[in-house]
Design a protein around this ligand. Structure first.
Ligand SMILES: Cc1cc2nc3c(=O)[nH]c(=O)nc-3n(C[C@H](O)[C@H](O)[C@H](O)COP(=O)(O)O)c2cc1C
Length: 195
């Protein structure tokens, strides 16, 4: 199974990154081909709401998204990890998601260039410094929409609160264990869905 991991934090060895690495260890316990994309290392312009080009490319803007479109749409399972910024997703993650508007439009018009498999599993990992439930709900709504647009089922989530400093999650054994188990389960689900 081809699993794509999207890292949303710009902080090296941050909490969401550590959790995602643990998730991938769980996923690796089964036969999995893992691709990693660190969104903050790419140049991703905000969506300019222009019409998509006639053919060949998803978007008129030629930047780091060119590879992201291919990887996301070719993946058989998807996991995205992100911190909460100002009650929602960081700009790096939101910019990437907004740039999928061209895919949403293509689906709406029946002009898909790639097949969609409704059974592809998607997972969302999210961390925050506070203990606010509503911030996770905000982030979840956006990620659910992103998964639906790109052909993934919102198959699970792990939200870890009270994580402020870089690496705080390393002392939260329950979060790390849950992330590992979620990785194992997601790949199992994907395998079952594919038959
Ligand atoms: C710009 C910015 C905005 C933030 N906004 C929030 C917030 O609204 N609520 C919150 O609980 N934590 C907020 N945080 C804290 C991060 O969510 C927290 O430190 C998290 O552990 C960072 O994850 P990372 O280590 O994966 O980057 C913010 C951090 C930054 C840098």
């Amino acid at each position: 199974m081809k699993l794509l991991a999207l890292y949303g934090s710009p902080r090296p060895r941050g909490n969401s990154t550590i959790l995602l690495d643990r998730f991938l260890e769980g996923a690796s316990s089964q036969e999995t081909e893992i691709n990693r994309i660190y969104l903050s290392q790419l140049t991703i312009s905000p969506c300019q709401a222009c019409l998509p080009p006639e053919t060949g490319r998803w978007c008129r803007i030629d930047d780091g998204m060119t590879a992201v479109y291919e990887e996301v749409l070719a993946a058989e399972a998807l996991v995205i990890a992100s911190p909460i910024y100002f009650g929602s997703l960081p700009a790096q993650v939101k910019a990437m998601i907004d740039r999928f508007q061209c895919v949403w439009l293509a689906r709406k018009r029946g002009e898909l260039l790639l097949p969609f498999d409704k059974k592809k599993p998607g997972f969302f990992l999210c961390v925050e410094a506070s203990h606010r439930q509503d911030f996770f709900q905000n982030a979840r709504a956006i990620v659910r929409n992103f998964f639906a647009t790109t052909g993934f089922l919102y198959s699970g989530e792990l939200f870890c609160r009270g994580l402020e400093k870089q690496g705080d999650v390393s002392s939260r054994k329950e979060c790390l264990e849950q992330a590992y188990q979620a990785g194992v389960t997601l790949i199992h689900k994907g395998g079952t869905a594919r038959g």
